[in-house]
Design a protein around this ligand. Sequence first.
Ligand code: SF4
Length: 191
Amino acid sequence: MRRRLLLHVCCAPDATVPWPALAEDGFDVKGFFYGGNIHPADEWERRMDAVKRLALLMGSEATIVPYEPDSWLDMTREAASEPEGGERCSICVGVQLGAAAEYARANGYDCLCTTLSISPHKNPGRINAIGAGRARAAGVEWICRVWRKNGGFGLSAARSVKMGLYRQNYCGCVYSMRRPGGTDKAYERRD
Ligand code: SF4
């Protein structure tokens, strides 16, 4: 019997490589989209729709957490002024993977993994360390992967275009949004 794996999906394009790869590795893969970090609500709607669409394309399904941006803002407020890649992102990753680990535990999954390590703008070592900690606390196995290896990010970009999936141009939260003339760091990877 295939082992049940919950895949934390940060966005549909980033999941186009991990999802089929884990299925090929023999896991029974289901998706999990947290989304409370996404701003504004209509952007969440677009990303959530894309995750549902990808799940159908994968012949599987995805759990969508009800949209609760206020609780995410409360949990990350102390690090609001941090640059992208800093402490705010570590807290954000912990919140997302903590929610996924808890869901995995409550619903009888064997393993947990994330799509986040496909990003060339994030630290895969930190992501895997945070994920392993949350998985251990929930009693599920962490599947450690660095998806951006071997051209993973470029492949995900090409696949998402081919699949017609919505692709955003900023990481997700209000702090990562582009502001004309603003000084915040733009999220350039998908331009
Ligand atoms: S930039 Fe991305 S990872 Fe960092 S806090 Fe915002 S949504 Fe989370």
